[in-house]
Design a binder for this molecule. Structure first.
Ligand code: COA
Length: 185
């Protein structure tokens, strides 16, 4: 799916097709930040749904100081690129610093996050409030995770893969392959 930079989309207004161009209004840009260690189908689901709400999505690999990573930033970036190759307009970047600073640098109005079970709520609430305190102009938008992905996470998938568990359908094929290589299977 591509979005031309001049013609953004065609929509129906009062039954007539209207062409909306970039210059007609400000692009609604969202950053979808995360560790993506590695990207899972749960993340892809949020990205695909977010892309229906925003004109521009930037998937940003950021550093969470509380985590130890299995994949390097370069590996995570390559896996994201491969997994999102049918969406060439979705940007993928890495950033080392404050998320809200990055959002400002990218002219993004929103931070997109997926919300899984109730257990996510406290952490996400804390992070959203802190980000708002740091910059009131950047809004956090939550999408409810698809039911299929409600109990998945990168860690649980890595653990299953490490012990030879079948993770088909939970991660994009490139990630499945890379996990097999990492764990020597
Ligand atoms: N489906 C399935 N799993 C999902 C998911 C979905 N839709 N959305 C998130 N997850 C999982 C991830 O796989 C991840 O699992 P893991 O903990 O087992 O790795 C977990 O939910 C949350 O990870 P993620 O969304 O990648 O966030 P994070 O906590 O790793 O990273 C940052 C949070 C990077 C966005 C945050 O630390 C940050 O903003 N860092 C920059 C510094 C900064 O600005 N800090 C101040 C913020 S207050």
């Amino acid at each position: 799916m591509t979005r031309s930079s001049s013609v953004l989309k065609r929509e129906l207004f009062a039954g007539n097709e209207v062409t909306i161009r970039n210059a007609d209004f400000m692009l609604r840009t969202a950053i979808y930040p995360g560790s993506f260690d590695p990207v899972t189908n749960g993340h892809i689901d949020i990205i695909e749904r977010g892309f229906k709400l925003f004109d521009r999505i930037i998937v940003a690999i950021l550093h969470n100081p509380a985590k130890k990573y299995l994949f390097s930033v370069d590996e995570r970036m390559t896996l994201l690129r491969e997994s999102l190759k049918k969406y060439p307009d979705i940007e993928i970047e890495a950033f080392d610093g404050l998320l809200v600073d990055y959002a400002v640098q990218k002219n993004a109005q929103a931070i997109l996050r997926g919300m899984r079970a109730v257990s996510d709520f406290e952490y996400e609430f804390q992070m959203a409030l802190m980000n708002r305190r740091l910059n009131r102009n950047v809004q956090t938008v939550f999408l409810m995770t698809g039911l299929r992905w409600i109990f998945t996470s990168s860690s649980i998938i890595k653990e299953a893969a490490c012990f030879g568990g079948n993770i088909n359908g939970m991660v994009p094929p490139a990630v499945n392959q890379k996990l097999k290589e990492k764990f020597g299977r």
